[in-house]
Ligand binder design. Structure first.
Ligand SMILES: Nc1ncnc2c1ncn2[C@@H]1O[C@H](COP(=O)(O)OP(=O)(O)O)[C@@H](O)[C@H]1O
Ligand SMILES: [Mg+2]
Length: 422
């Protein structure tokens, strides 16, 4: 059964058109005013809308133009007493699929409805969004009318940063929850697309318990890249730290060992994360109330094969509170840079503070380059930390990469030995 909406203030005509639509196999929702019509067309997905041009409180052409500019793809037939060529041009240019001048014969309307339907079906260019009541979400993601929105039911916006939007969605047949990450509509340019592709490629090469799984990658009809990932039910590590102030050593070490394991695996497979920080680690809820660490956001990943686009310009990478001195200073970086940033996460998780404070990002970079980090005792004088933990942190936060742990595997081993001593 096809669905349609009809917006017409002429009750008699509306009744006749409604009958014609019903005969054509459509269910029909009728509105008699522009305000109601606008609401109907924008909050439901229809296979067809029939709009009257002149309405007591507005115009069908305006409804249509607003629908199209919001990305709406509903096929529309305009009914009108306006018969000049200029009016027809305006109606069609506003996005109407067909235009019928009053008075018209019902047989003609029925034939035109069938024609519009055939074109829409053969194009299948306006795939119907799955789910209902999520049009606002789709609009926010500029996803109305895309095949992606007809393949997954979009449920929620999980996160939105400067670069990307991440949605929670469900696959209708597999009943599987996924996270779909997309570049923001305002952030589509060559560099960001290349980097986004690199993120997906990096993740697809990594299959590990402590790294988010990627299932698919593609481009929408409006050429926005997207990535479909495993949905992680849980919180970001930074949220957990904020809620708990800081984490007791034993559970903290368990999670840090897992994350170090994931990073060691990535490094051993030639992939540097480039943006290690607590908001890029999630704690996934698993059975028995337990949690496991999952690394995500390989948005600044570097792949080990030579890449001509890199190192030609100095672009400060990473996030100022966690950035390594060499990244902050625009020098070449390797896995020891991730080790430094991970050191900042260790410090933050066990104390609730970062190893440096600064008023501005620039000052923060300068501190990473040349200031001495806080000690655990300085920020948490009331807590007794093992001496070996302080030594471990000091070594990860060395300014000179050569003085740090030389591999994530080595750091992971040290964390495990420390945990065994507790
Ligand atoms: N697979 C996922 N499952 C659940 N939530 C996710 C997933 N991926 C990302 N998120 C949420 O979206 C936020 C932003 O995602 P992220 O990949 O870090 O993008 P950005 O590059 O914008 O920081 C994350 O901090 C997390 O809260
Ligand atoms: Mg992130």
């Amino acid at each position: 059964m096809w669905s349609s909406t009809l917006v017409d203030d002429d009750v008699l005509l509306a009744g006749m058109v409604e009958d014609a639509l019903a005969e054509g196999g459509y269910t029909v929702r009728v509105a008699n005013t522009a305000v109601d019509g606008q609401k109907l067309i924008n909050t439901n997905s229809y296979d067809l809308a029939v709009l009257d041009w002149d309405l007591p409180d507005g115009s069908g052409v305006n409804i249509l133009a607003a629908h199209r500019s919001a990305g709406g793809g509903t096929p529309v037939i305009l009914l009108t007493g306006h018969s000049s060529i200029a009016d027809k041009e305006l109606g069609l240019d506003s996005g109407a699929n067909d235009y019928l001048t009053k008075p018209f014969h019902m047989t003609e309307l029925s034939a035109r409805i069938r024609a519009v339907l055939r074109t829409a079906a053969s194009r299948s260019a306006a795939p119907r969004a799955l789910g209902s009541g999520n049009e606002d979400l789709l609009r926010q993601g500029n996803l109305l009318g895309t095949r992606l929105a007809s393949s997954y039911e979009f449920l929620q916006l999980l996160g939105e940063g400067g670069m990307a939007q991440v949605f929670k969605a469900r696959h209708p047949y597999l009943q599987r929850l996924v996270a779909i990450k997309m570049l923001r509509p305002t952030n589509i340019h060559e560099h960001s697309i290349v980097q986004f592709q690199k993120e997906a490629l990096a993740l697809s090469r990594l299959e590990h318990l402590y790294i988010v799984n990627v299932y698919d990658f593609g481009l929408t009809e409006n050429r926005r890249p997207f990535m479909v990932m495993e949905f992680i039910e849980g919180k970001n590590l930074d949220e957990v730290i904020e809620e708990q102030d800081f984490m007791p050593l034993r559970p903290a070490l368990d999670l840090l060992i897992q994350a170090a394991n994931g990073l060691a695996y990535a490094h051993e497979n030639g992939i540097l994360h480039g943006d290690v920080k607590s908001s890029n680690i999630m704690l996934k809820q698993v059975e028995g109330g337990k949690q496991i660490a999952k690394l995500l956001d390989f948005g600044l990943a570097k792949l080990s094969e030579p890449d001509k686009s890199e190192n030609t310009t100095c672009r400060t990478l990473g996030s100022p509170p966690y950035i390594s001195p060499e990244q902050a200073d625009c020098r070449p970086s390797d896995e020891r840079s991730d080790i430094y940033s991970f050191g900042c996460v260790i410090f933050e998780l066990v104390t609730g503070y970062l190893p440096f404070v600064a008023d501005t990002p620039t000052e923060m970079l300068a501190k990473h380059i040349s200031a001495v980090p806080f000690s655990l005792q300085q920020v948490r004088p009331g807590v007794a930390y093992p001496e070996r933990l302080q030594m471990l942190i000091t070594k990860t936060l060395e300014k000179d990469p050569a003085r740090r742990y030389q591999s994530m595997r080595e750091l992971k081993q040290e964390l495990s030995e420390l945990a065994a001593e507790l």
